[in-house]
Design a binder for this molecule. Structure first.
Ligand SMILES: Nc1ncnc2c1ncn2[C@@H]1O[C@H](COP(=O)(O)OP(=O)(O)OP(=O)(O)O)[C@@H](O)[C@H]1O
Ligand SMILES: [Mg+2]
Length: 259
C-alpha cells in the first residue's frame, strides 16, 4: 500500500555528461521510490559495470550534481534537503576513530550530548553485531572487511534512518561474509522500516532482498525495466526455491544478457 505522502526519492530526466552535453553516460533516467508506510521499500538497482549506478547514488546522496535533471527527496529539491550518507563500494570507516566513535559522529555533528550519542550509537553497534568491538580502531588489522562494512552501515543508519544508500556493500568480501551483510541489511530494514536503495551485481541476492528492482542499461544508460517483487517478507530459504523467485531471477538473467 502506498500513501499520499510525497515520494521518498524521485529522479526526473537525469543526465550525466562530462563534456558539456556532447556525449552522455546517463540520459533521461527516471525513477520513483514511493513511500510505503510501515515497511518502506527495499529498492535494488542493477546494471552492468560502468553504466552509472554509483553516479546515481551520489546524486541522491547530494555528493554530486547531474548535468541536467531534477532530484526530489520527499518532495523537496536536492538543495533543500540534507545530505544522505552512503555506504560505499570500498570500506570508508574512519580508521583513527574507534568503532563506537565512528557511529557516534553523525549525532555529535548534530549537537547531541556525548553521553546520549554514545548510548544510541552503542545500540546500533549491537544491532549490526559488533558488540565487544566498540573500542577497537575501525581499521584493517583490528577488524575484518565485513566488520568494517558493518561500522559504516551502522554510521549510515544513525545518520539518516529514513533512507539508506548502499553501494555494493559486500564487494570484496567472501561469499559467506557478503551473505551475512545482506541478511543484516534485510533484518535492519524490517526493524527500522526505512527505504533502502541497494546497488548490487548479484541477481539472486537482488531478487531475494528487494521489493522493487530497477534495471538500468543501454548507451547512454537509462531505466530499462522496473520489476515488483511480490514475494512474502521476510524471505526465507523456501523463497529461494519458489517458482516466483526463479521466474523473476531468470527474467533478469535474460535481460542482463541482452544489455
Ligand atoms: N570524471 C569523469 N569523467 C568521465 N567519465 C567519468 C567520470 N567519472 C565517472 N565516469 C564514467 O561514468 C560511468 C559511470 O560510472 P559509475 O561509477 O557510476 O558506474 P557503476 O555503474 O557504478 O559501475 P560499477 O558497477 O563498476 O561500480 C563510467 O563509465 C565512468 O567511466
Ligand atoms: Mg559503482
Amino acid at each position: 500500500m502506498t500513501s499520499n505522502a510525497p515520494h521518498v526519492i524521485e529522479l526526473q530526466d537525469i543526465c550525466t555528461s562530462y563534456d558539456q552535453g556532447k556525449t552522455f553516460i546517463i540520459k533521461d533516467f527516471n525513477m520513483v521510490v514511493e513511500d510505503v508506510p510501515d515497511s518502506g521499500e527495499f529498492i535494488v538497482l542493477l546494471g552492468k559495470s560502468g553504466c552509472g549506478k554509483t553516479t546515481l547514488l551520489k546524486y541522491i546522496a547530494g555528493l554530486a550534481t547531474p548535468y541536467s535533471g531534477r532530484i526530489l527527496i520527499r518532495g523537496n529539491s536536492r538543495e533543500q534537503s540534507p545530505p544522505i550518507s552512503m555506504v560505499f563500494q570500498e570500506p570508508s570507516a574512519l580508521e583513527h576513530y574507534s568503532v563506537l566513535k565512528n557511529v557516534m559522529l553523525p549525532l555529535l555533528y548534530r549537537g547531541m550530548a556525548e553521553s546520549e550519542a554514545a548510548e544510541r550509537a552503542m545500540n546500533m553497534v549491537k544491532a549490526v553485531g559488533l558488540e565487544g568491538h566498540e573500542h577497537k580502531y575501525a581499521k584493517f588489522g583490528k577488524l575484518s572487511g565485513g566488520q568494517l562494512q558493518r561500522v559504516v552501515i551502522a554510521r549510515s543508519l544513525i545518520a539518516n534512518p529514513g533512507i539508506v544508500l548502499l553501494d555494493e556493500p559486500n564487494r570484496g568480501l567472501d561469499n559467506d561474509t557478503g551473505l551475512q551483510i545482506n541478511l543484516l541489511i534485510a533484518t535492519l530494514w524490517r526493524q527500522l522500516q526505512s527505504t533502502i536503495l541497494l546497488v548490487t551485481h548479484q541477481i539472486e541476492q537482488a531478487v531475494f532482498l528487494g521489493t522493487k528492482l530497477f534495471v538500468m542499461g543501454g548507451k547512454p544508460a537509462s531505466l530499462v525495466r522496473q520489476i515488483d517483487v511480490k514475494l512474502p517478507v521476510p524471505r526465507t530459504r523456501e523463497t529461494l526455491h519458489s517458482r516466483e523467485f526463479l521466474e523473476i531471477k531468470n527474467q533478469i538473467d535474460d535481460l542482463m544478457f541482452q544489455l
